[in-house]
Design a protein around this ligand. Structure first.
Ligand SMILES: Nc1nc2c(ncn2[C@@H]2O[C@H](COP(=O)(O)OP(=O)(O)O)[C@@H](O)[C@H]2O)c(=O)[nH]1
Ligand SMILES: [Mg+2]
Length: 352
């Protein structure tokens, strides 16, 4: 097995960052770049060793090396992305291939793990990867539940189940509920759409709590799309403010802005269609649409519509609630069998 390493922690300034290295040459390479503080028996499984990483004779950082296995080590260095980068460069110089955390997890998952033998390993492995990617704590709960109850339990039942129709209907139900679970785990993209001047940029700014997009009463102010991330109780939403949809275009730049808006609309999990008058909502094809009437502080909304004021913030809490309801993530019960990645969902589709 070739020797690979990955940065396992985020690229931020923190107390500690962790690089994992594994492979047949891992120990040999570490011995070349690591100078222990005390001369001990080097690299005994289960031990941690304090020392320095050196690139030739230049000291990079004081680190603690954890010896997880004969061929698996963790380098726990100070949490500065510049230091991590230096260590990775040094490893690369010694022939180590730098890979993603997911890759190192799946590579090492191929060999026996003492506490997790048997076919459940695939699920455990997928969970380890997904847990590094989830955008919410609820997402982590969903993933972890699948290992004990959830998917693991259902697979056990299915192995003994003779009634194929029952398996099929259960699989369909799981697949259906998993759509919301995936949104909770990986987040959603919501595109703000509507005619110029309805308050799309104002809403983005209000939701993000920042002046991200330029607000003005001149129609066509927003041309390049602007995005922001916000967290609701269940999800992370990427909100995208777009150029207003309009039929009359005054310049090629406007035409390009419209083209980009239409492209973004296709990639959305949901369109938030904003308006300030009683017009019809355009057809957005298969994408789910939530309609909202804005400027309720100065205009009279038609009956039975979700009315807000992006400017004053009135109705914003209800709007966030409605978004969660529409996407099926509100008060989501994580204690149920759910797919937490695309591959699992594809397996279920095939099974059905
Ligand atoms: N009274 C009031 N004015 C708003 C509201 N939302 C936006 N506006 C105003 O409407 C104009 C257009 O807003 P903007 O966010 O740029 O609209 P966009 O073209 O859809 O992005 C600006 O003058 C905003 O201050 C609102 O809820 N109430
Ligand atoms: Mg705008």
């Amino acid at each position: 097995m070739k020797t690979i390493a990955a940065m396992m922690t985020a690229k931020i300034n923190a107390a500690i960052s962790s690089i994992h290295i594994t492979g047949s040459e891992a120990e040999k390479i570490l011995a070349q770049i690591f100078l222990p503080a005390k001369k001990l028996n080097l690299f005994q499984t289960g031990k941690t060793i304090l020392g320095h990483i050196r690139d030739d004779d230049v000291l990079i950082d004081e680190v603690i090396i954890g010896c997880e296995n004969d061929d698996y080590f963790t380098i726990n260095c100070h949490g500065n992305p510049l230091i991590v980068e230096q260590i990775l460069k040094c490893l690369k110089k010694h022939g180590v291939e730098i890979v993603s955390p997911q890759e190192i997890i799946s590579q090492t998952g191929n060999r026996p793990v003492a506490y997790d033998p048997g076919p459940e390993r695939a699920l455990t492995l997928a969970a380890r990867i997904a847990i590094t990617q989830t955008k919410t704590l609820l997402g982590a709960k969903i993933i972890n539940y699948q290992l004990t109850g959830g998917l693991a339990a259902v697979f056990e039942q299915w192995k003994k189940q003779k009634d194929r129709a029952l398996i099929k209907s259960q699989a369909k139900q799981i697949l259906h509920n998993s759509a919301a679970a995936m949104k909770i785990i990986y987040g959603v993209r919501i595109v703000l759409a509507g005619e110029p001047n309805v308050g799309k940029s104002t809403l983005l700014n209000t939701l993000c709590g920042k002046d991200k997009a330029i607000v003005s009463d001149i129609p066509g102010t927003t041309r390049d799309w602007v995005s922001g991330h916000i967290q609701t109780p269940a999800m992370e939403m990427e909100l995208i403010d777009t150029a207003g949809l309009c039929k009359s275009l005054s310049s090629p730049i406007d035409a390009e802005a419209q083209r980009r808006t239409r492209h973004l609309l296709k990639s959305a999990d949901m369109v938030l269609y904003m308006r300030c008058k009683d017009n019809n909502t355009p057809d957005f094809g298969a994408v789910s649409v939530l309609e909202v009437f804005n400027k309720a502080d100065i205009l009279q909304p038609p009956p039975r519509v979700l009315a807000i004021s992006a400017k004053t913030g009135t109705g914003i809490d209800i709007l966030l609630d409605e978004i969660e309801i529409k996407l099926g993530v509100k008060d989501f019960n994580f204690r149920q069998p759910l797919c937490f990645n695309r591959e699992q969902a594809e397996h279920l589709e095939k099974l059905i």
